[in-house]
Design a protein around this ligand. Structure first.
Ligand code: DGL
Length: 282
């Protein structure tokens, strides 16, 4: 059926495109670029550092941020528990309209992303993983900070690829940051203790394998005096590939499994306004 005189023809002479089909494609593309709702999930406020970088890199977009604070910290639970908890969080985000979900949590990614991708084929899942490979560019001597559950996962072993890195026990650090924020003196003290055994070591780079640790990145840098890397910028660039840049101001809706939204809202206002000025809807 010919609808437009300028239509292109295939070898057989049949039309390959028409105005309605072009419009349809335009609307689908337009929808993907500007209206794709992205869900962002973490055990608490750590993933706000990822969202903040996504907003900075993409310029805007529409997001639902789910802080699963009722289950924080993820890092002291079993892989099976986290897989089930994260699945429930992802389903909640999909029910709220998310078409793409960023697991802004290394622990959730290590335990749940494979299962989520296999079960929910129509949803795109973007994970966060310790950028050990990138860090190797700086040299061989690396320090990797991650939750106990992350470092026990096969995905982590694959990232490490037999490399001999310094991986201290960071067990209570994420919870300390979550509950202390914005007062981080407790977390700074804890970090100093964690890094005490390597006080005289000279690392080529340090990898932050937990999004909560991004909130004390400057302090890690101060103590280790080496480049400190996280994967947030890579996640932002990945979202541009999936959904394009967004010219709007950005809109973030907050949801939480905690009894109140106020703590999350206060943290989101502080963390997200560092680089962007999205409108925040609790
Ligand atoms: N922010 C998370 C991560 O990147 C989880 C921290 C936790 O809840 O233990 O691993």
């Amino acid at each position: 059926q010919r609808v437009f005189s300028g239509e292109a023809h295939g070898a057989s002479g049949s039309p390959r495109w028409s105005v309605p089909r072009c419009l349809e494609k335009f609307f689908i593309l337009h929808h993907i670029l500007y209206y794709m709702v992205t869900g962002v999930l973490d055990s608490g406020i750590g993933g706000l550092t990822t969202l903040s970088e996504i907003l900075r890199v993409r310029g805007g977009g529409e997001y639902i941020y789910f802080a699963d604070a009722a289950h924080c910290p993820y890092g002291d639970k079993s892989a099976a528990q986290i897989a089930a908890i994260v699945r429930a969080g992802a389903v909640r985000l999909m029910d709220e309209g998310a078409e793409c979900i960023v697991l802004a949590c290394n622990t959730a990614t290590a335990c749940a992303i494979d299962g989520l991708r296999a079960e929910f084929e129509k949803t795109t899942f973007v994970g966060t993983e310790p950028c050990i490979k990138t860090a190797k560019i700086y040299g061989k001597r690396l320090c990797v900070l991650a939750t106990p559950l992350t470092i026990r996962q096969p995905r982590f072993a694959r990232l490490l690829n037999g490399e001999d890195c310094f991986i201290p026990d960071c067990a209570p650090l994420a919870a300390e940051i979550e509950h202390g924020y914005p007062h981080l003196t407790g977390a700074y003290k804890m970090l100093a203790k964690i890094l005490a055994p390597c006080r005289n070591e000279k690392f080529d780079a340090c990898v932050l394998g937990c999004t909560h640790y991004c909130l004390i990145k400057d302090h890690v840098q101060k103590l280790l005096r080496c480049p400190v890397l996280d994967v947030n910028n890579g996640v932002g660039r990945q979202l541009i590939k999936l959904a394009g840049a967004s010219p709007d101001r950005g809109k973030v809706r907050l949801i939480t499994s905690a009894p109140d939204i106020y703590t999350l809202r206060a943290a989101a206002e502080k963390i997200l306004q560092r680089f962007a000025a999205p409108s925040i809807i609790p």
